[in-house]
Design a protein around this ligand. Structure first.
Ligand code: S3P
Length: 443
């Protein structure tokens, strides 16, 4: 079944308090690490989106007992590092690149063969970025000829440690190598050229596994861990996902007279690029009630409408806001003047080619935009409205649903069913603060 969303111009400013669902990156990792632990872990705040359910389904298919999820609560009884059993069927990772790439690192060292498959979008995403380093650790894994899924993995008993220099700033590749490194005979290191989300490193520590990060330059770091250890079950509370909160940060920054608070959001500094970018565009964003939850910094984010100005986005902020660019482009379309996105070619390897898909969608709703190899140039102005295709990409669909809040005519998004991968209650939460996104199911 396919879903169409349609948003009409908001008649009033957005107001109120919202708690968006749990962080997707942390939810995947909590399911993975709890499954491989010794003992029982209680997870709260889990994102019950399709992506995380794909990860959970894979572990259940490999013999892990999990009760829930029930309103974000999930109890997992771990089987230990070597306790997974061979799945009977292919492991379907749905739309999730994180699930597929991280699972590849884990499956490389199991005592059985497995096959990772995905939906149409995932089936065209690059996977050699994980199979190449894993193969150099002695793993036996192969993609299709074009470097895309399915991935066939034949587990090997012991992997070789490597010192791997990431060719691109990718937390998924870093994490796949580190997870394989848990099974390697010695110390594995990964050098990242720029900071990427560090939830794997933080969460490994929460599960009692030593992992050390050393800064090499103002951008690069090296992460090291020794193989052969164990994970110890723990209770973990997952805060809200800043990537989901970002849709509302932008909504409140472009719809006049808005003032909203996003509660209990993970503000890990490897994820807060969207706040820095919106502030550079003049947004009024305050972080309140700072606290630490489960080894991660958390705050309430208050956003008050002030009207945005275009800017040249600092390329150093790109990996720190990598998932937020679709909605940042919507902010740029509503800002006064020109906004330039550069150094962002990784956007082409996401759930869709987010550079060309955003350019196409923005043009469809009347925005002047120039496509570049590594980004785009957006000229702010009035949004006319029109029809947009999501290209199976949840963040494209939600970004254009927000754009409809300021457009002259409605913005209609086709193929919006993928919103359920990361933000199942998106439509309900938008209406809670006064933005009405009308869903229409099409069979
Ligand atoms: C993620 C890392 C990022 C991000 C993705 C989640 C993760 O991908 O885009 O949504 O949880 O590690 P890359 O590592 O490909 O940049």
């Amino acid at each position: 079944m396919s879903l169409v969303l349609s948003t009409k111009k908001a008649q009033n400013g957005l107001t109120g308090k919202l708690r968006v669902p749990g962080d997707k990156s942390m939810s995947h990792r909590a399911v993975m690490f709890s499954s491989l632990s010794n003992g029982t872990s209680n997870i709260t705040g889990l994102l019950e989106g399709e992506d995380v359910m794909a990860t959970l389904g894979a572990f259940r298919a490999m013999g892990v007992d999990a009760q829930g999820p029930n309103d974000g609560d999930l109890t997992i009884t771990g089987v230990g590092m070597r306790g997974l059993s061979a799945p009977e069927n292919d492991l379907d990772m749905g739309n999730s690149g994180t699930a597929m790439r991280l699972m590849c690192g884990i499956l490389a060292a199991q005592s059985f063969a497995s096959k990772l498959v995905g939906d149409e979008s995932l089936s065209s995403r690059p996977m050699r970025r994980v199979t190449v380093p894993l193969t150099s650790m002695g793993a036996r894994c192969a993609t299709d000829e074009d470097g895309c899924p399915p991935i066939h993995v034949r587990g090997v008993e012991k992997l070789e440690p490597i010192d791997y220099k990431l060719p691109m700033a990718s937390a998924q590749v870093k994490s796949a190598v580190l997870l394989a490194g848990l099974y390697a005979d010695g110390e594995t290191s990964v050098t990242e050229p720029a900071p990427t989300r560090d939830h794997t490193e933080r969460m490994l520590k929460a599960y009692g596994y030593d992992c050390e990060t050393e800064k090499l330059t103002d951008q690069a770091s090296i992460i090291r861990l020794k193989g052969g250890g164990e994970l110890t079950a723990t209770d973990i509370d997952i805060p809200s996902d800043i990537s989901s909160a970002a849709f509302f940060m932008v909504a409140a920054s472009i719809i006049p007279e808005s003032k909203i608070t996003l509660e209990h959001v993970c503000v890990n500094p490897t994820r807060t690029g969207v706040i820095d970018i919106l502030k550079a565009m003049g947004a009024d964003i305050q972080l309140l009630n700072h606290r630490a939850i489960g080894g991660e910094p958390v705050a309430d984010i208050q956003v008050t409408y002030v009207g945005l100005k275009g800017c040249d986005i600092d390329p150093k902020l790109v990996p720190l806001a990598i998932d937020e660019f679709p909605v940042i482009c919507v902010a740029a379309a509503c800002a006064e003047g020109v906004t330039t996105v550069s150094g962002a070619e990784e956007l082409r390897a996401k759930e869709s080619d987010r550079i060309s898909v955003m350019v196409e969608g923005l043009r469809n709703i009347g925005v002047e935009v120039e496509e570049r190899r590594d980004g785009m140039v957006v000229t702010g102005g009035v949004i006319a409205g029109g029809e947009v295709e999501s290209h199976h990409d949840h963040r494209i669909a939600m970004s254009f649903a927000i754009a409809g809040g300021v457009s002259d005519d409605a913005v209609t998004i086709k193929g919006a069913e993928t919103v359920a991968t990361s933000f199942p209650n998106f439509v309900a939460l938008t209406s809670k603060i006064g933005l009405h996104v009308a869903p229409q199911a099409i069979s």
